[in-house]
Design a protein around this ligand. Structure first.
Ligand SMILES: Cc1cc2nc3c(=O)[nH]c(=O)nc-3n(C[C@H](O)[C@H](O)[C@H](O)COP(=O)(O)O)c2cc1C
Length: 152
């Protein structure tokens, strides 16, 4: 059984809409990957240790990832040191006008964990269109299918 962990934060619901689409894609009925979705403030070290791949979703706040996402990464860093090297990951960002600061911050920290980026960041500026929701859905499917077929 392969496992995908989706950790996300949303203050006003937009990133949660993206996350819901990602989760639906990851749970595609043709795929057998077990999907765990956690709010950043509730996600734990054990969630990470039992996952084969990781998706991080956050709004951009003040040119950075949200405080809750940063708190998650801070909390798990030392307990996971050396234990998740090479884990495939990707991120999705909800932004008001840009999103690049959040991506930069996540990619920098992901390097600290030695995670392996396997998909370009999905950035949605303002409310997601149905096409953007589809992109989020595809991202979830891609990650589930990728770990199931061991291509990462
Ligand atoms: C405190 C705060 C800071 C923000 N800073 C930025 C920012 O630096 N860049 C940006 O593009 N959007 C920024 N935004 C807008 C949010 O990223 C945007 O509204 C996003 O869709 C919110 O996602 P959410 O509904 O999941 O919380 C900020 C919003 C808040 C509340």
């Amino acid at each position: 059984m392969t496992r995908l962990l989706i950790v996300y934060h949303s203050q006003t619901g937009t990133c949660a809409r993206m996350a819901n689409a990602v989760i639906a894609g990851a749970n595609h009925p043709d795929l057998g990957t077990e999907v765990t979705a956690k709010l950043a403030r509730e996600a734990t070290v054990d969630d990470m240790l039992t996952a084969d791949a990781l998706l991080l979703g956050t709004p951009e706040n003040f040119g950075y990832m949200s405080g809750a996402m940063k708190d998650f990464l801070d909390r798990v860093y030392y307990p996971l040191e050396g234990r998740v090297e090479g884990m495939p990951y990707a991120c999705f960002i909800s932004a008001g006008n840009d999103g690049s600061g959040a991506v930069r911050a996540i990619e920098r920290i992901a390097k600290g964990f030695s995670l392996k980026r396997v998909h370009d960041p999905v950035i949605v500026v303002r409310a997601p269109t149905s096409a953007q929701i589809s992109v989020c859905h595809d991202l979830g499917m891609y990650m589930s299918a990728g770990i199931e077929s061991n291509v990462f």
